[in-house]
Design a protein around this ligand. Sequence first.
Ligand code: E4P
Length: 197
Amino acid sequence: MKIFLDCSDPELIASAYETGLIDGVTTNPSLMLKAGEDPMHVIKEISAIFPWNASVSAEVVGETAEEMLDMAQDYLEIGPNITIKVPCTVEGLKACRELADDDVHVNVTLIFSTAQAILAAKAGATYISPFVGRCEDNNINGIELISSIKKVFKLNSITTTSILAASIRSIDHINNSFKAGADIVTLPPKIFEEMYH
Ligand code: E4P
């Protein structure tokens, strides 16, 4: 059972890391925009907070797998704890396959269905990120989605892809994601603090 922070603020992350309860970080382009700095610089700072075997997800953007792979190379030079985050699209999964074949950890994001989770696992993803909150925005039960993915992975002995529950907006989302079989939950620092109370 792991907890990641969904955040791009190195100071907040460093302070939460001191609790000894944080296993990694996920970032995304909107969080990067909020940080208002060069994404490469921000990821470098975050990566330095964690040991080599933690996971810091840096999201690549691009129209093609090649563009995503180019951007991934720059992030990968930062350190061994970098996980490359790609969207669950045809091009994103092509990039995932290539990275996984080179032993790079990949987080396939924007998962809204069990079918997408299956494709991502086939593409060699280390993590798949079902979006609990955004599923709810679209009248999809995000918690049932996690249960369904868990069941499929268990029945098919998929042990190399972890379920990383994302788009978390409440304590209930955290509890129910873990109850449904998520291996990891990534949460904003504010919700992490709420967990204590
Ligand atoms: C994490 O990897 C995702 O980028 C994040 O949880 C998305 O959250 P949001 O739906 O609040 O943007």
